[in-house]
Design a protein around this ligand. Structure first.
Ligand code: DON
Length: 326
């Protein structure tokens, strides 16, 4: 037999074995992270939106999507919860694509506030009234910056979210209603921005769209799929659609790195070293550029509004996969 043929025959099954081993490794890693932190009881559900307080605090799910489009899941991966602030990333992504990075930087601002997500001081302390698109003020202003009347804007936004999720995402009515009834603080922030000419449309309409986007219902698997184009230079690894330019992905990841976990973003970058974004619904997404996206869901939050178990699980998995970008 020819030597090259023999080598080929030997190599083909070997590469198959290596792949299976890798698949098992990731699956085992998610299971390990789940078992390590499933008894972690620190933190509490968000309750300033009353419907969030009613979500089962014990839910815990993990999902990871690699850049070759493979999906790994463990735990409560079918539970639907509200995306909350993780939505801010996707609305920022749309604004970067539709309006351009310069407009986002000049009309909203991209510097980290270093302050809580619902801070009014962040607006008052900054003379340019710049706010970050990943905190409430900047996220509402980003919605206001998008083109279209109220219904058009919502249609465009939900279409954009669905492209990332590769499915049609619902709005969770009970969350939307609960948040709409209690979002006086966000209304005040939006009015304050408007008074400084840093809000670009009708306050109530844009606040309503923002509230709807925060009430979108996702599973942890949806979230990992949604974050996957950010790990893959803007190309969706499952649908192969090019959703964003590489430059805008870079900018988005920069803002996630500096502001994705609010006032504890620096601690997160120091410890874990991955661009990430949290939501008060209990989800966190993180991105390992060129490699994978991960999402974890568990409702109990720390003081800054970030899921305790999700931070621990992502930290553990990122460390094991040697994913720190720094
Ligand atoms: O506007 C709010 O307060 C919520 N809809 C979203 C806040 C949030 O998720 C902060 N995240 N950790």
């Amino acid at each position: 037999m020819k030597k090259w043929l023999l080598i080929l025959i030997l190599l083909v099954p070997l590469s198959g074995v290596a792949k299976v081993a890798k698949v098992n490794e990731i699956e085992a890693l998610l299971a390990k992270a789940h078992s390590m932190y499933k008894n972690e009881k620190a933190g509490a559900n968000a309750d300033y939106i009353p419907a969030l307080a009613k979500v089962d605090s014990e839910l815990f799910g993990i999902a990871l999507v690699t850049n070759d489009g493979k999906m790994y899941t463990y735990g409560d991966v079918d539970s639907r919860f509200s995306i909350q602030s993780i939505s801010k990333v996707f609305t920022l992504a749309l604004a970067l694509e539709a309006k351009g990075a310069d407009q986002v930087a000049s009309k909203i601002g991209v510097n980290a506030t270093g302050l809580p997500f619902n801070s009014v001081a962040a607006i008052e302390l900054n003379k340019a009234r710049s706010v970050n698109p990943l905190v409430n003020a900047g996220a509402m202003a980003t919605v206001s910056l998008l083109e279209g009347d109220k219904e058009n804007k919502w249609q465009n936004l939900s279409h954009w979210y669905n492209e990332f999720a590769n499915t049609e995402l619902p709005v969770l009515k009970s969350i939307y209603q609960s948040e709409s009834e209690t979002n006086g603080h966000n209304l005040a922030i939006a009015e304050l921005l408007k008074s400084y000419d840093r809000f670009y449309g009708d306050v109530k309409d844009n606040l309503d769209i923002y509230t709807r986007q925060c009430s979108i219902g996702v599973t942890v698997t949806d979230l990992a799929v949604m974050a996957s184009p950010f790990a893959n230079r803007g190309v969706h690894p499952i649908t192969n659609k090019k959703l964003m330019s590489e430059e805008n992905v870079e900018r988005l990841l920069a803002v996630m790195t500096t502001a994705g976990l609010y006032e504890t973003s620096g601690d997160w970058a120091f410890k874990v070293g991955l661009p990430a974004k949290s939501g008060v619904g209990g989800g966190i997404i993180a991105v390992a550029p060129e490699r994978f996206s991960i999402a974890v869901f568990s409702p109990r939050l720390d003081q800054a509004g970030n899921s305790v178990r999700a931070q621990k699980a992502i930290d553990y998995i990122a460390e094991a996969m040697d994913a720190n970008i720094f």
